[in-house]
Design a protein around this ligand. Structure first.
Ligand SMILES: Cc1cc2nc3c(=O)[nH]c(=O)nc-3n(C[C@H](O)[C@H](O)[C@H](O)COP(=O)(O)OP(=O)(O)OC[C@H]3O[C@@H](n4cnc5c(N)ncnc54)[C@H](O)[C@@H]3O)c2cc1C
Length: 559
């Protein structure tokens, strides 16, 4: 008998995520998570999997904050070795491997090349020593990982090799290049959403477009929140024994009515999605100010990151002013001399707010998650969590959930999120899965759709095909340069809690991932989603205008 091309995950209840605010009221949850970014979602999933009753509210859509804006790399923290921060590097290596194990469809190995110039601390010798150390501490980096996902160790290549591979490199003083491997996630928003599905499938009650406006108090104890339905007029009270404030940059917003702050400063970070073609390798460069910058190939385009502001920012200000974008482009052109990037190349500006550290008047990225139990400021029943990396969110959630179990005086239950495949994550041969799906379903589909469906939905791609089978009109592309087909939008609206057009076209599917998908594509998408959700003509127009506004504020031009 042929072996099935999947491992038996624990049996999930079939995913049907309905937005039902009544389920948030009328009971007291063990844990209420405020914020549906990667940190809130991983905490909700872990707590639900350990048997706690869990609710989560997100003021916009799941994964629409900083989580939407990351550089798509799941990295093993090689740079932490420079400061000999072995613990942090180990955590990154462990979580990188965990992602490849629980969601192999969502990541693939990506080589990174960084040019080396004559230098004691950043030259060939230093890199060789770094790679030696990395091989030691990352010896288990491929344990239980699919053969296709095993990462080779880093190595130093010669000057000749470096110039041949990257003709645009600045040659003066060039001695070679460091080549190492990390993962890139091609469908990062589906990866984020799979944590939401996993939480829901373990019984958590999640709702997007619900904003927590103020904590509910019983004396000095926080006993939940008052929340507002952002898509309606309703205000509800959600009761919980413990509230986890995972609101990212807005961490102090929820605490304000209590008259306390987390004391966590924030800075802005930014990536640029461009219309430039990219090869198969990521390339590193160094700006004149000493910033490490990367060109990451993503969906065939060059993505550049990451720029950080040199001062604290207002956490509510997630704008990307043209002067900041222009300054970043200037830095990129210096770091990658043959690049000649202009504003016209930019199709989307990723930007978010991330925790900072202030030392001697200088502002830099915070390296470690910040967890605050506000009992210390006189308010029991609420903790705040501000994470620093997408890569390590699951591991942080494990530690936070351990602490939550203690606070709630629960019998300890071991964490299983590092060994349980995420929904769709049980494939054990991605190439075979693509080949099998092609054999069964390829006919009439755009050629690039099957690989996209496998990366986005993993073993659950049949959910899309079931819808497409019943409606052949949903087997065609929505936009000429995107593999997304109509059936995915129907699935999003019907079963994946995507009540707005923006949810469907920006996060449940990557139709708008590289920039505005174009007016014709949005009209088609609004007709499909609107047909499913019963929208009037006027509502469709409003939804399209709302998507346009998203790109408008992102300084993006149409692709
Ligand atoms: C430009 C950039 C590049 C990055 N690159 C990488 C990378 O390559 N690799 C990596 O590992 N990490 C990277 N990161 C870091 C990573 O993206 C973040 O650490 C992570 O996404 C933070 O997740 P979060 O859940 O804490 O915050 P968020 O994603 O911001 O989530 C917080 C959520 O809370 C919601 N919220 C706020 N207030 C309320 C309220 N009152 N009620 C309900 N909901 C509320 C928000 O809408 C938001 O969705 C990058 C970050 C940025 C900005």
């Amino acid at each position: 008998m042929p072996r099935p091309n999947y491992i038996s995950a624990e049996s999930y209840t079939m995913s049907l995520m309905l937005r039902d605010l009544d389920r948030l009221t009328g009971c007291t949850f063990d844990v209420l998570v405020v914020g549906g970014g990667i940190y809130g979602l991983t905490i909700a999933y872990d707590a639900a999997q350990r048997g706690l009753s869990v609710a989560l509210v997100e003021r916009n859509d799941f994964g629409s904050g900083s989580t939407f804006n990351h550089l798509r790399t799941i990295h093993g923290g090689l740079r932490y070795l420079q400061s000999l921060d072995i613990a942090r590097a180990r955590e990154s290596i462990r979580e990188r491997r965990t992602t490849a194990r629980i969601a192999p469809q969502a990541v693939r190995p990506l080589p990174f090349a960084v040019p080396l110039y004559r230098s004691l601390t950043r030259g060939k010798m230093a890199m060789r020593a770094g790679f030696l150390l990395d091989r030691l501490i990352a010896m288990d980096r491929n344990r239980d990982v699919l053969a296709s996902h095993c990462l080779p160790g880093g190595r130093v290549v010669s000057r000749g090799d470096a110039t041949q591979r990257f003709p645009g490199l600045k040659r003066q003083g060039l001695t070679g290049a460091a080549v190492f491997y990390d993962y890139v996630t091609t469908e990062p928003d589906r990866l984020t959403f799979s944590f939401a599905m996993a939480a829901a499938e373990h019984g958590a009650v999640l709702a997007n477009h619900v904003e927590a406006v103020a904590p509910l108090l019983d004396g000095q104890r926080v006993v939940g929140v008052t929340a507002r339905d952002a898509l309606g007029t309703r205000t509800i009270e959600i009761a919980a024994r413990l509230t986890v404030n995972a609101t990212g940059g807005r961490v102090d917003g929820l605490l304000k009515p209590l008259g306390i702050t987390s004391g966590i400063p924030m800075l802005k970070a930014m990536n640029l999605v461009t219309r430039r073609d990219a090869g198969d390798e990521a390339l590193g460069g160094r700006s004149p100010s000493g910033r490490n910058l990367f060109l990451v190939p993503w969906r065939g385009r060059a993505l550049f990151g990451t720029w950080e502001s040199d001062r604290r920012c207002d956490p509510d200000d997630t704008t990307a002013p043209e002067r900041d974008v222009a300054a970043f482009i200037a830095e990129l052109n210096q770091a990658f001399p043959a690049l000649d990037l202009t504003l016209a190349d930019v199709t989307l500006v990723h930007r978010g707010v991330v925790p900072a550290v202030v030392q001697g008047g200088r502002v830099g990225l915070q390296g470690h998650e910040q967890v605050r139990d506000h009992a210390a400021e006189g308010f029991a029943g609420v903790i705040s969590v501000a994470g620093t990396k997408f890569t390590t969110a699951r591991g942080v959630a494990e530690r936070v959930t351990d602490a939550v179990m203690v606070k709630l005086q629960q019998t300890p239950v071991p964490c299983r999120t590092s060994t349980t495949p995420l929904p769709g994550g049980s494939l054990r041969d991605i190439g075979q899965a693509i080949a099998d799906a092609r054999r069964e379903f390829d006919e009439g589909l755009p050629t690039d759709t099957i690989p996209h469906l496998i990366a986005a939905y993993g073993s659950r791609y049949r959910d899309v095909m079931d819808i497409a089978a019943a409606r052949p009109d949903l087997r065609t592309r929505i936009a000429p340069d995107s593999p997304v087909i109509g059936a995915e939008l129907v699935l999003a609206a019907r079963r994946e809690m995507a009540p707005t057009l923006a949810d469907s076209v920006i996060r449940r599917t990557p139709l708008g991932a590289l920039g505005h998908p174009g007016d014709a594509a949005l009209t088609t998408a609004a007709a499909i989603v609107g047909g499913e959700l019963g929208w009037s003509e006027e509502r469709r127009r409003e939804e399209i205008a709302a998507v346009d506004r998203v790109y408008g504020t992102l300084n993006a031009s149409k692709t």
